[in-house]
Design a protein around this ligand. Structure first.
Ligand code: AMP
Ligand code: ZN
Length: 134
């Protein structure tokens, strides 16, 4: 997509620090540099988020995310957080599907825990609402 910042990065129109590339996937350092090594893994094909991504492309991005994570662990990182934000309400700011990888060390001071907004609903009521059929 012409006005997509990640499409521009993939095409080389905007600079980045590339970490990995194959025929379908591109990965580069997040500009925020909050956790050292924070990496974004994106499909070369423009898809807006995980929900609208076709399964083949999704599988390629996730497999590359696993490969990159294993590479970081082989380099000496002690853990990784892997996450994607899907749609604006979740905090997704760039509408080109991407997976965040945060390389982690014990006691690195990074705080990436999920913080629930409220605990007002019982587990039973939530499960009743969300449970999928077999
Ligand atoms: P999200 O909130 O999940 O959509 O994450 C978007 C991420 O893209 C943020 O962590 C930004 O720091 C990152 N980002 C935005 N622009 C760039 C850029 N030009 N190069 C690298 N990362 C970027
Ligand atoms: Zn794009």
């Amino acid at each position: 997509m012409t006005d997509c910042i990640f499409c521009k990065i993939i095409k080389g129109e905007i600079g980045c620090f590339k970490i990995y590339e194959d025929s379908d996937v591109f990965a580069f350092l997040d500009i925020e540099n909050d956790v050292p090594g924070h990496t974004l893994v994106v499909p070369k094909k423009h898809v807006s988020d995980m929900d609208t991504c076709d399964e083949k492309t999704f599988n390629k991005v996730m497999l590359a995310s696993k490969k990159i994570s294993s590479h970081f662990l082989n380099l000496g990182y002690e853990g990784v957080n892997v996450a994607t934000n899907c749609k604006e309400a979740s905090g997704q700011a760039v509408p080109h599907f991407h997976v965040h990888i945060f390389p982690r060390m014990h006691n690195d001071g990074a705080k990436l825990e999920m913080r629930p907004a409220s605990k007002k609903q019982t587990l039973e009521s939530v499960a009743k609402k969300l449970r999928m059929q077999d």
